[in-house]
Ligand binder design. Structure first.
Ligand SMILES: [Zn+2]
Length: 391
């Protein structure tokens, strides 16, 4: 149901992750969040970091803010994105010593940055029946939401993605492993809703990543949609559910060819049980927008207008141009504005991410002005707050 974006035209947000402040050096290292929060240094650094991350988004004038994925460790290639969940489940032990399944399937080789990423992920293995553990997503949401009046969107990797990456040494039937994982994660999602969150995000169903040149692609796409919908069943009755999709972000690397398009996946994606679907559109300079506008008729559409791979900060005029293109195919009441993916923890500085967020809202304000819509207040862009005196 629409809560966070209800009655809003061109609401703004980011995907989730934000570079850590340099002084935030503590890590969860597999501990349950509340156990770590019993430790003075972790508690102080974590809460201060989330506070800074939210304040930066407020200064940038965003409508929906995130906790910056501040729970994730400073590990290689964003490993925590899947590992945060994995290392807290029952039935998961040890770690893979050889090349991971993902690495074996991948075409990367020593000398490629993605080879190092996959090697470093060293994921734990499923050695028994999966059972619930301290995922503590409601606790993370509560910690962040108390710091702002704006809705806080916490995000988590989809059960499908986690299951696809998880080395399996126990289940004969992968479908059963997914069913168990999905049920565990759905319970946690419902607890977030039960805590009073207005908005929540599940990241990366595999549907758009399927190889649509293969004969069994439709069956794979339908399976992906079924898995996503099964894992979020009932959630939209309680909050606004966002589903994020992109072309990858480990160590700020795109993991698919730049020419891969959303188009063959869109008829399936339209069936995803989400209120808002996000699409990576900045890197592709809007190449998918026309087909998205045509095919995505059920959920609202959030387009990425900011590239998470590059350090060059987009100009507000570039953001506005991409939004004008989108508005030719998607009406303003169905269009949300976001980044292509998270800013990550390794690739860019806080400053780059901050000015990218400011560019996002400044660019959206240009288009809001043209449409006669109220503009966002962007404290970071006000000349009266500049340190240097005006002559
Ligand atoms: Zn992404």
């Amino acid at each position: 149901m629409y809560t966070a974006t209800k009655d809003l035209k061109l609401p703004t947000t980011i995907t989730g992750s934000v570079p850590r402040p340099a002084w935030y050096t503590e890590n969860l290292r597999g501990r349950p969040f509340r156990v770590a929060m019993a430790e003075k240094n972790f508690r102080e650094q974590y809460l201060d970091a989330v506070s800074c991350i939210i304040r930066d988004q407020e200064r940038a004038g965003l409508d929906i803010v995130t906790d910056g994925d501040a729970r994730f460790d400073t590990d290689v290639g964003g490993r925590s994105w899947v590992n945060y969940t994995l290392e807290r489940l029952q039935g998961v032990t040890g770690y893979e010593t050889g090349r991971s399944e993902a690495a074996r399937k991948n075409t990367t080789r020593p000398g490629d940055i993605l080879f190092e990423v996959l090697e470093a992920w060293a994921l734990p293995q499923v050695t028994g029946k999966l059972g619930p553990g301290p995922l503590e997503l409601p606790q993370l949401w509560r910690s962040a939401q108390q710091m702002t009046a704006k809705p806080v969107k916490v995000g988590v990797a989809s059960p499908e993605t986690v299951a696809l990456l998880l080395p399996n040494r126990h289940y004969k039937d992968r479908e059963q492993m997914f069913a168990d994982l999905s049920a565990i994660m759905r319970e946690e999602f419902l607890r977030v809703a039960g805590s009073g969150a207005a908005v929540f995000q599940v990241e990366e169903p595999w549907v758009h990543r399927v190889d649509y040149t293969q004969k069994d692609a439709p069956a794979q796409a339908e399976l992906s949609v079924r898995w996503f919908n099964q894992s979020v069943r009932g959630l939209r009755e309680k909050l606004e559910l966002w589903c994020h999709t992109c072309w990858g972000n480990p160590a700020q690397q795109r993991t698919f060819d730049i020419n891969k398009r959303y188009e063959p996946a869109l008829e399936y994606m339209n069936e995803l049980d989400a209120d808002v679907l996000t699409f990576e559109c900045a890197t592709t300079k809007g190449a998918d927008i026309e087909s998205i506008g045509r095919e995505i008729t059920k959920p609202k559409v959030a387009i990425g207008v900011i590239d998470h791979h590059t350090l060059q900060v987009e100009r507000p005029e570039e953001v506005a141009a991409l939004l004008r293109t989108a508005l030719r195919h998607i009406p303003p009441e169905r269009l949300c504005v976001s980044t292509d993916c998270g800013f990550g923890r390794e690739g860019m500085s806080r400053r780059h991410a901050f000015y990218k967020m400011v560019a996002l809202t400044r660019g959206t304000n240009i288009v809001r002005r043209e449409l006669g819509l109220p503009e966002a207040h962007i404290p970071a862009a006000e000349s009266r707050f500049a340190l240097a005196d005006e002559e």
